[in-house]
Design a protein around this ligand. Structure first.
Ligand code: SF4
Length: 471
């Protein structure tokens, strides 16, 4: 499908297009990364078939060939990958290639990005892409396109998995790697640390359930390789917040149930309070919901515009209910150098350990450009570092009233590692559904955290005697 409400596709020329997902030097090594970057998957799916597309994704070790023959190079950039995106863009421009930069970071830093590209694209691409390709053909490519100057994206397109598979270098995968898919886009909430309200926005859109089923079948054919341990592929539902409309969520789950897959999903805790929703999720094949619990301090939740969520006691009640139904709830937690002290970190890790939270993710809060937090912290002079490579949620980039940034980061990494002590891992896998998966993923987290900690200690000359008892 090709959507081009900005201009009709009257072009006859076909282009060779390269789409790049760069990997920042300090981007994480997580093996939970889905098989392709969703923004690139959407672009592939809306590009007229006459154009030839290659995808390079550095998260999977693809290498960029600057001498290859492309008419257009499109690079997407999240904040953590921005510096690398600029490096790739500069190299291609030196070779005389036409480069377009888009994605979340570019959308909120167009002046910065424009120094590295011929064209900057801000916002959701669906309704601009046709115009851009048309302008390219007629040698009138503009330096700047903004989704605000085009009709709003009211419908989201199905992904063309066969074409994405052909464009990318990904081999078929077994059940240990996830295939991305999305049903909805947008979120009506306004959490201050999240870029969604200002990028995809509050307009909540969804695909037709019938499109969903066809995509899942295509995706299986294109990307899934059965092995002995499981016949079901793992899909990652990349929706920002899938549960906003319960009736539609249930419709989608009924459809997914027929597809014989397993999947993980991002959801607000509020939606898991509903036992019937949890039952439907599990029946449809959902084994894990990633939930932003963020903080166990009410004052922090209020500072983040997230006070609509439940109290810690209620959260534990909901998690227990999900466990009984066979659903793992993975918790995401934020540590804020300007709001939290070491006692708060200890309280949090105690909470995580005591309640056996499944595969907890801890992050140092990072005010990403495009969030209302970035604006607020910038105005208050709280941002201390705008080296985008450090915007990976384990570095300190905002001021702490109590600690220097190295101390704070070191303490954070120790606390995070402690959440993955052997004792905590064993307790966790014995209390949550899917114990084998819990063990394998916890082991990988622990190993990765240990490496990060050792690297940090060696970079900052921290001595063994300073270390806490972490095991
Ligand atoms: S964090 Fe989740 S609930 Fe909050 S605005 Fe972002 S997508 Fe919506």
């Amino acid at each position: 499908m090709f959507i081009s409400t900005g201009s009709s596709d009257t072009s006859v020329k076909s282009f060779k297009i390269l789409l790049v997902a760069p990997k920042g030097k300090k981007d994480s090594k997580s093996n939970q990364k889905p098989l392709f970057h969703m923004a690139l998957g959407v672009l592939v799916s809306i590009t007229p078939p006459k154009h030839e597309i290659d995808i390079i994704d550095e998260h999977f070790g693809d290498t960029v060939d600057y001498d290859a023959d492309y008419d257009l190079v499109g690079i997407t950039a999240r904040t953590i990958d921005a510096t690398r995106a600029y490096e790739i863009a500069d190299n291609f421009r030196k070779k005389g290639k036409t480069v377009i930069l888009g994605g979340i970071h570019t959308s909120f830093n167009p002046d910065e990005a424009s120094q590295h590209a011929d064209t900057i694209v801000c916002g959701e691409a669906e309704n601009m892409w046709g115009t851009i390709l048309n302008d390219l053909e007629h040698h009138r490519l503009k330096p700047y396109y903004n989704a605000k100057d085009f009709p709003p994206v009211k419908e989201i397109v199905p992904l063309d998995y066969k074409r994405i598979a052909k464009a990318s270098l990904r081999e078929k995968v077994d059940t240990t790697k996830s295939i991305p898919i999305y049903i909805t886009r947008g979120c009506p909430y306004n959490c201050s640390f999240c870029v969604t309200p200002n990028f995809t926005g509050k307009l909540y859109r969804r695909q037709k359930p019938e499109d969903l089923k066809a995509q899942i079948e295509d995706a299986k054919e294109a990307f899934f390789k059965k092995n002995g341990t499981s016949s079901k592929p793992w899909f990652m539902l990349c929706d920002e917040n899938l549960g906003i409309n319960k009736k539609r969520l249930w419709q989608a789950l009924d459809m997914i149930k027929e597809c014989n897959i397993m999947f993980s999903v991002f959801l607000s805790m509020n939606f898991l309070e509903d036992e019937e929703t949890v039952k439907k999720l599990v029946d449809a094949g959902c084994f894990m919901a990633l939930v932003g619990i963020e903080s166990i301090k009410q004052s922090n939740l209020e500072a983040y515009n997230k006070s609509h969520v439940n109290t810690p006691e209620k959260i534990i009640e909901i998690i227990d209910q999900c466990r009984k139904a066979g659903l793992n709830v993975q918790g995401n937690f934020l540590i804020n150098p300007s709001l939290d002290n070491y006692d708060d970190m200890n309280d949090l890790v105690d909470f995580i350990s005591r309640n056996n939270i499944f595969m907890p993710i801890m992050q140092i809060i990072t005010p990403y450009p495009g969030t209302s937090m970035y604006k607020e912290y910038k105005e208050k002079g709280l941002i201390t570092d705008e080296d985008w490579e450090k915007y990976n949620a384990i570095n300190v980039v905002i001021r702490s009233p109590h600690y220097n940034s190295v101390e704070f980061q070191y303490r954070f990494m120790q606390t995070y590692y402690k959440a993955y002590s052997w004792k905590n891992i064993i307790n966790r896998i014995t209390h949550n559904p899917h114990p084998l998966m819990g063990f394998v993923t916890s082991f990988a987290f622990r190993k990765n955290l240990h490496e990060l900690l050792e690297t940090f200690e060696s970079e900052h000359g921290l001595k063994r005697s300073n270390k806490l008892n972490l095991y």
